[in-house]
Design a protein around this ligand. Structure first.
Ligand code: NAP
Length: 304
């Protein structure tokens, strides 16, 4: 099968299109013919070698945390899917024509949603939803801020917050304030404007997708005993102010992913797609995403 393989740490020239052996399906696993994957910030952080200490990567490696496509084989013990099912899932090695992952990584894609667009969803929607519901876990009527609210993870965190009747503020760049009104939030704040940040009410917590130093400048807006939950870099100085810091990592959750995919199919949750590329254009795709695409970058592997 064809795959985009990372052959060394560095720039996009370290990504090469190669013929590699197809992965084997083990017990409890599902093999999918990949129609599309998507680019996530972790892909270029791994490529550059920035994450070598915490997430060691053996080279050559196939990147890609998302894959959508058609089930072609199921391992023993798999009960939820059969060959032919349209699925999207949180995987390792999505930049390839075939991928294998545990049954719990996958969710069905409803007819109303195309497989290419479904490839945008697993990592960012699981991360945003888990950040809000497991990391921050605000109580109804609490007031929270989501930083990077117009990003893919941030949009999902806002969506999850609204589902819990939380008062939610969207933290964005000053240039994005008008666009953020469309999120239907209780307030919008420009994180790059100190005076605007002082308008924030006292917060019960922050769901952070941007990281330090942005969150560090916001800590005095959070009440003592409040929580900063982050999927980016944790803020320094929070403990000294009596705040709790929780770092959140995305993990598979098939029911959660299925509900999020349905929400996107129904138009309740919007994850904008910026551009589509082919696998042969993987270098351009990563470069485009890395320079702020303003939406998800899809990489197509096969005709639907
Ligand atoms: N812990 C985990 O398991 C996990 C999983 C997935 C993702 N993540 C992390 O979550 C973060 C967000 O991912 P994503 O896919 O949502 O990326 P994204 O779609 O690019 O969203 C990031 C958003 O934050 C905004 N932003 C960046 N710097 C900002 C600043 N200084 N002030 C205000 N807004 C700022 C961006 O605006 P611009 O577009 O204008 O830059 C964009 O709207 C990444 O760091 C990613 O690595 C962590």
């Amino acid at each position: 099968m064809k795959a985009a393989v990372l052959v060394g740490f560095g720039g996009v020239d370290q990504l090469e299109l190669r013929e590699v052996p197809e992965p084997k399906t083990g017990p409890g696993e599902i093999k999918v013919r990949v129609v599309a994957t998507s680019v996530n910030p972790i892909d270029w952080k791994l490529r550059e070698g920035m994450k070598r200490a915490g997430l060691p990567l053996e080279l050559p490696a196939i990147l890609g945390r998302d894959a959508s496509g058609e089930v072609v084989e199921v391992g023993s013990g798999v009960t939820r899917f059969r060959p032919g099912a349209r699925v999207t899932g949180l995987v390792m090695g999505g930049y390839a024509e075939r991928v294998v992952a545990k049954e719990e990584a996958w969710a069905e894609v409803p007819e109303g949603l195309g497989l290419p667009d479904a490839a945008a969803l697993p990592l960012v929607t699981l991360t945003g939803s888990e950040l809000l519901e497991e990391g921050l876990a605000p109580r109804p009527s609490e007031t929270i801020l989501v930083t990077g609210a117009l990003g893919s993870v941030g949009r999902t965190a806002v969506f999850a917050a609204k589902g819990r009747s939380v008062r939610v503020w969207a933290g964005v760049r000053g240039s994005q304030k008008d666009a953020a009104q469309a999120l239907g939030v209780d307030g919008v704040v420009a994180l790059d404007d100190e005076i605007d940040c002082r308008r924030l009410p006292i917060l019960d917590g922050i769901a952070d997708t941007v990281g330090a130093p942005v969150t560090e400048r916001l800590l005095d807006r959070v009440r003592r005993g409040g929580v900063v939950a982050s999927v980016a870099s944790d803020p320094k100085g929070a403990h000294e102010r009596g705040l709790e810091v929780r770092h959140q990592w995305a993990h598979p959750d098939p029911e959660r992913l299925a509900a999020l995919v349905r929400a996107v199919a129904e138009g309740a949750l919007i994850i904008p797609i910026a551009k589509r590329f082919s696998l042969a254009q993987i270098r351009e795709a990563q470069q485009f995403a890395e320079h702020g695409a303003g939406g998800k970058v899809i990489v197509l592997l096969a005709a639907i």
